[in-house]
Design a protein around this ligand. Structure first.
Ligand SMILES: [Zn+2]
Length: 271
């Protein structure tokens, strides 16, 4: 356990040792007191090292030389593998916290025989972490892309249409339904592009590209504040490079011969 990489979360914040522009995940020996006081969960393995996930109370102080930092903000300073494992650890902890009781019979659950399983002490049901799949759709019409903004977005920011998969749907059907519901537009030629774990708290995002097939934009009341077609030269502020929605927009920009590095994201000052 001394050598284990320890992903210690205080709410949505991860414990790290900041070293210049880099953040490092502590080893078991660095956080022995926290491990001893809590209930670490095996979260997997990375580069030959065991990985542990541990949730601590909101009042917990960071050990000497370390600090708690918001997970999203660590994207640029944590190694790529560490960031992914941190996301996984965060999801495992969230699942563990939310499945203390059986959803079937209400009895308490306990760690199961397999990793990432909790077994019911009453009916024996075994519960595994659940993911919520959500699609992202880039709709392109000639040299323009359809972007929309919800009422909760950062002012001035737009993104691609997104939505959760419903029971009984293929991912492509979700894309068609969400675009129709949110902006009133029909699409065709829905193609898979990429996927990304999105541990805020337990989603997996699946990105698609589609072609406009008809209809005028009609924003869905309450859900969509504004939606428009944008050419590469008139793109608004878009989400930060971390996200798959941004990757779809970058893909459109490159397809138009543009440079995604010139796009504005919410952390940049207004151009
Ligand atoms: Zn049960």
């Amino acid at each position: 356990m001394d050598d284990a990489l320890c992903f210690v979360f205080r709410g949505g914040e991860l414990l790290v040792r900041v070293d210049g522009a880099l953040a490092l995940v502590p080893r078991g020996r660095d956080v022995a007191a926290l491990l001893a006081a809590g209930t670490p969960i095996a979260a997997g393995e990375m580069g030959g090292a065991e990985c542990l996930a541990l949730a601590v109370d909101a009042e917990s102080a960071a050990p000497e030389g370390m600090e708690f930092r918001g997970l999203r903000g660590l994207h640029a300073v944590l190694g790529a593998d560490e960031f992914r494992m941190a996301g996984r650890a965060s999801q495992v902890l969230e699942w563990d916290r939310a499945h203390r009781f059986c959803g079937r019979c209400g009895s308490p659950t306990e760690p199961g025989a397999e990793p990432l399983a909790r077994a019911c002490t009453g009916c024996g049901a075994v519960h595994y972490p659940r993911l919520s799949p959500a699609v992202l759709v880039s709709v392109v019409h000639g040299d323009r892309i359809l972007l929309a903004r919800g009422p909760h977005f950062t002012p001035g920011m737009y993104s691609v249409v997104a939505g959760f998969v419903e029971p009984g749907e293929t991912l492509e059907e979700t894309c068609i339904r969400e675009v129709r519901e949110e902006v009133g537009v029909e699409i065709t030629d829905v193609r898979y592009v990429a996927s990304q774990p999105w541990p805020y708290p337990s989603q997996v995002m699946i990105a698609f590209a589609a072609t406009y097939a008809g209809g005028d934009i009609v924003p869905q009341p309450g859900e969509i504040e504004d939606a428009r077609w944008f050419s590469v030269d008139e793109l608004p502020m878009v989400s930060a490079p971390l996200s798959l929605s941004r990757a779809l927009i970058d893909r459109f920009v490159r397809g138009q011969g543009g440079d995604p590095a010139r796009l504005r994201d919410p952390r940049s000052p207004p151009a």
